[in-house]
Ligand binder design. Structure first.
Ligand code: ADP
Ligand code: MG
Length: 701
């Protein structure tokens, strides 16, 4: 072997065709102890059928067998290793009882409990053996039930002092994983280094393979192991950021076109609007217009808290597309929102605005479709009906998607595909925590509206037990007398919409008796027209109090409304409460939000509501919600497949990700096609984490 590598090129200098991952891309069945029978549950456990998958299956703890107490001083509960002499065997009196060996180390006696008679032969009476396992105290006797190791003293070295403990599944023991893992580690060759050299030095990180060994193999030093663990987490985060960066580049490299305009439509719309745009709106618009003017497709996220004025930004961007001689579409998730946008746009737009929803008559629909196809309708508002194949645009320059978390990710993209080189602007009111943005929305550029239009009254939030309903009604009565416009939101009572409905109807009946003719009702089960009328009545002031289920959550804009009552506030997510509360405080007057809650709240529920009472900062609330409920619910994108990490689930994740974001950006700035040696290494990294799709998209794009 040595001679061979002397006269032939060594493996390291072989051409790139020798894929350093080929060994670990092999199936699990090549590993010692893993036959076809075990391969199936093991693959399920480790999340894939390849050796790579096992290698990335990290221990969740480690057993330390270095504790070697005298029995007389041993404390039950921990893992101990004992050198003991076997005094006697006790056979079970009934079949369900275990076998026992009584042992001593001279200081005290203990029982070794064995479930298989065969193991007794490992500890013949009179022999001295090493046993290791968890020490328990049972009926005043020290007991080692089912020890992990029983070895003759001469073979004590076969027992590792520190052993990884992996997450397991039925049929797969830790020993099975350990054996397979050592086989897997033998196949792990050194991989090219993808981490930036100075970072590597600064962090004192070893190579990926070395770190994986330190983490997966027995007997490693705790400090070295922790450091290794950190690097592995970083590797996964870096892979994620490089993949996102590549996707972003691929989007940008798609042929786009420059949309510019002379501003006459926008100026006219602003004149009709009658207010100056806020500084935030102006800046977001400048970013959007720069993207639209650039000869590549825009993929931009406009994030702005509820009431920050995203609609105006969208309209002005759409008018720019119209000025450039193209069309623009805005899509919203609910019919109510679509109607509202339609009203806003028709009031402000100097050019015709079309409407496309699922509930239109065939005739009206045909007319709009014709106008979109021949270009005579430059702007259109619609529901997901806009996605349908039958919808053809003459020339769609800009697609705006409002409240995108209600849509699937694929839909988000498919509207952009409606046009050749269409610009895409996604708008969300959900304050997206930074970490989530970096993983979920990383391929989009970001514009933010951080302030609200001036002249907004503040919102005072108060908490009330449902037991105090009498007082609440008293307060509402006074507000009604003042002429206030009030939302009353009924909760999600149960999984079933019918039950939610009856709660809303009950509340409606009660309030309508008290304030006859001044109360409206809006909920998701209503006929679209009925609900639309209820909202319109409330909006126009024909009714003063609107009882509603969460249909008012998304985007309803009635600036005169100043009171929001939310029943069973504890049943809502914080982000959702924030959205609901954002329906008031839109005018100059002071607004009020009354959160009614169950009387016996848990401590956590109490804390959540107190947080709502004490802050109106959407980011603070989103971060809290994020921590309390975990990733999935913040944006309601459970189905969108938030990243499940293999290695990066560590407490320091956020900080490491910040580093990875910068590192990935730097790499891609210099080497967007991953051609340099480090780029090639990054390519290996991407494949290691199954992110090669990003590369293919980049090359295709
Ligand atoms: P959101 O970002 O929640 O979609 P909207 O676009 O519905 O917010 O705007 C909220 C309210 O603020 C609307 O009544 C809108 O007319 C008003 N608004 C938006 N921009 C301004 C502005 N620059 N000056 C005054 N009012 C504004
Ligand atoms: Mg909105």
């Amino acid at each position: 072997m040595g001679d061979q590598s002397y006269s032939h090129p060594s493996p390291k200098s072989q051409p790139v065709s020798a894929d350093p991952l080929s060994q670990i891309r092999a199936p699990l069945t090549l590993l010692p102890g893993i036959g076809p029978r075990l391969a199936t549950p093991l693959a399920r456990l480790v999340g894939g059928p390849r050796i790579r998958d096992l290698l990335l299956h990290l221990p969740d703890s480690y057993v330390d067998r270095r504790e070697r107490p005298k029995l007389a001083h041993a404390r039950p509960g921990g893992i101990v290793t004992l050198e003991v002499q076997v005094m006697s065997h006790e056979s079970p009196r009934t079949r369900s009882q275990p076998w026992r060996a009584v042992v001593t180390d001279g200081s005290a006696f203990a029982d070794i409990v064995l479930f298989h008679q065969a193991r007794l032969s490992q500890m013949p009476v009179g022999a001295t053996v090493i046993v290791s396992g968890r020490l328990e105290s049972f009926a005043d006797r020290l007991t080692l039930p089912h020890p992990d190791y029983v070895l003759p003293v001469a073979r004590a070295h076969e027992m590792p002092a520190i052993e990884p403990v992996w997450p397991l599944t039925a049929g797969i023991t830790n020993r099975t994983v350990g054996k397979a893992m050592s086989g897997a580690l033998m196949r792990l060759t050194d991989l090219p280094e993808w981490i930036e050299p100075s970072l590597l030095t600064r962090r004192r990180w070893l190579s990926f393979s070395a770190c994986l060994r330190l983490t997966q193999a027995p007997d490693t030093d705790v400090k070295a192991r922790d450091l290794a663990r950190l690097r592995l987490a970083y590797d996964e985060l870096l892979a994620e950021q490089i993949a996102l960066g590549l996707r972003r580049l691929a989007r940008r490299e798609r042929p786009g076109r420059s949309l510019t305009g002379d501003g006459h439509l926008r100026a006219e719309a602003l004149r009709r609007f009658g207010f100056q745009p806020t500084a935030g709106q102006t800046m977001a618009l400048a970013e959007i217009e720069a993207d639209m003017a650039a000869p590549r497709p825009m993929v931009r996220l406009l994030q702005g808290d509820v009431g920050s004025g995203k609609t105006l930004v969208a309209l002005l961007a759409m008018l720019r597309a119209a000025e450039a001689g193209t069309q623009a579409a805005i899509m919203a998730p609910t019919e109510i929102l679509v109607q509202q946008h339609f009203r806003t746009l028709t009031a402000l737009s100097p050019v015709p605005v079309g409407l496309l929803t699922g509930s239109m008559t065939a005739g009206a629909r045909r007319q709009v479709l014709a106008g979109l196809a021949d270009g005579s309708i430059p702007l259109v508002v619609g529901t997901h009906a806009l996605f349908q194949k039958t919808v053809e645009f003459h020339d769609l320059g800009l697609a705006v998607i409002d409240e995108q978390h209600r849509f699937g990710v694929d839909q988000r993209i498919s509207l952009g595909d409606k046009g050749d080189r269409t610009d895409v602007l996604v708008m969300t009111a959900t304050p997206i925590p930074r970490s989530l943005r970096l993983t979920q929305y990383g391929e989009m550029d970001l514009s933010q509206l951080t302030e609200k239009p001036r002249g907004r009254g503040s919102i005072r939030t108060t908490l009330h037990g449902l037991g105090a309903m009498g007082q609440v009604i008293g307060g509402i009565t006074r507000a009604m007398e003042r002429g206030a416009r009030i939302y009353w939101v009924c909760p999600l009572v149960s999984e079933s919409e019918a039950m939610d409905l009856s709660a809303a109807e009950f509340r409606f009946d009660m309030l309508n008796k008290r304030f006859p003719g001044r109360v409206g009702l809006a909920h998701g089960q209503q006929d679209g027209k009925v609900r639309e009328d209820a909202l319109a009545d409330f909006s126009a002031g024909r009714t003063q109090l609107l009882v509603a289920t969460t249909v008012v959550e998304v985007g309803v804009d009635v600036p005169e409304a100043t009171v929001m009552v939310i029943e069973h506030a504890e049943r809502f997510g914080l982000a959702q409460l924030h959205q609901l509360r954002g329906r008031v405080g839109r005018g100059a007057e002071e607004s009020f939000c009354l959160l009614l809650h169950e009387d016996g709240l848990t401590k956590i529920a109490q804390e959540r509501l107190i947080l709502m009472r004490d802050t109106t900062d959407g980011f603070v609330i989103a971060d809290a919600d994020f921590r309390i409920r975990g990733h999935g619910d913040v944006t309601g994108t459970k189905q969108s497949g938030l990243p499940g990490y293999r290695l990066a689930d560590i407490p320091d994740q956020e900080k490491l990700r910040e580093v990875a974001v910068k590192d990935a950006a730097m790499l891609l700035d210099h080497d967007p096609h991953l051609r340099s040696p480090r780029g090639q290494a990054a390519d290996v990294l991407l494949r290691l984490f199954d992110k090669e799709n990003a590369v293919r998209r980049m090359q295709a794009g």
